[in-house]
Design a protein around this ligand. Structure first.
Ligand SMILES: NC(=O)c1ccc[n+]([C@@H]2O[C@H](COP(=O)([O-])OP(=O)(O)OC[C@H]3O[C@@H](n4cnc5c(N)ncnc54)[C@H](O)[C@@H]3O)[C@@H](O)[C@H]2O)c1
Length: 257
């Protein structure tokens, strides 16, 4: 590793598993102090412990944080600031996808729509809101939101709520980037393509569905959480000092079609 994030403090939501865990571990390996934030505090603690075991004592800690609960999000940022761990890099990554319930609009239950929007869009908004407040109190920073190809194209036609929540995240990143650029805060979106994690077992465990989606990826394979790490390190680092309000796809070319 290169130590590109030495001196940085980062917080990653959804860091108990999947893409968030992989990115948080890589940040620690690149020299950052990293907060593994998740509603599943126990798994986040295990992940942070494992990261500290390889990156060194003091490289990682965990915090239980439910992004749908403003009190929980606000308290997490306040506690970290009080402890000298105010993050200058925040990855708003936690999300859900309700396979088997999300549906084309005419068939979609309002409750499924609300639960998806509540976590993915409102939860990301609350993370952004409190991250920016914390960064304004310190010296600016880099915010990275996790979007999706389904927020850009009609790829997720059967996932109305999920796709709409991700399109909202792309808009949230642009407005926050424009609003806070002059205060030293950069906001960008990373768009992972189909990435095999616990989120998408409904696809990865179904050979026909998996072949269908991999067949639409020009690079010819599914993504892994590790594929998303490099762009996150770039956006968290000073190499991305002139990048804000942009969207960076790591999708094997899927959205190029
Ligand atoms: N896997 C993919 O193919 C894919 C593709 C594009 C975008 N994404 C996005 O990437 C992000 C991470 O997904 P993943 O594939 O790693 O999924 P994952 O299910 O492996 O991890 C998601 C994490 O978010 C946490 N989480 C869920 N709701 C939360 C809440 N209210 N508060 C705090 N934490 C919460 C979960 O506990 C879990 O640890 C999500 O935003 C997802 O939409 C994933």
């Amino acid at each position: 590793m290169t130590g590109r994030l030495t001196g940085r403090t980062a917080l990653v939501t959804g860091a108990a598993t999947g893409i968030g865990e992989s990115v948080a571990r890589r940040f620690a390996a690149e020299g950052a102090r990293v907060v593994f934030a998740d509603r599943d505090g126990e798994r986040a603690e295990t992940a942070a412990h494992d990261a500290a075991a390889s990156a060194g004592d003091g490289a990682a800690r965990s915090i239980t944080m439910d992004i749908t609960d403003e009190e929980s999000v606000g308290r997490a940022f306040a506690d970290l600031a009080a402890d000298g761990w105010a993050p200058d890099v925040v990855v708003a990554n936690a999300g859900i996808q309700l396979f088997g319930q999300d549906a084309p609009a005419a068939d979609l239950d309002l409750d499924v729509w609300r639960r998806t929007i509540d976590t993915n869009l409102t939860g990301t908004f609350l993370t952004v809101k409190h991250a920016i407040r914390s960064m304004l109190d310190h010296e600016g920073g880099s915010l990275i939101l996790t979007g999706s190809p389904t927020g850009l194209t009609g790829e997720g036609a059967e996932f109305t709520a999920y796709s709409s929540s991700k399109a909202g995240i792309h808009g949230l990143a642009r407005t926050a980037a424009a609003a806070y650029a002059d205060r030293g805060i950069r906001v960008n979106t990373v768009v992972p393509g189909y990435t095999e994690t616990g989120l998408v077992t409904a696809i990865s465990d179904d050979p026909e569905a998996r072949a269908g989606i991999v067949g639409r990826i020009p690079l010819g394979r599914a993504g892994t959480p590790a594929d998303v790490e490099g762009i996150m390190v770039f956006l968290a680092s000073d190499d991305a000092a002139f990048a804000t309000g942009s969207l960076f796809a790591v999708d094997g070319g899927m959205t190029a079609l």
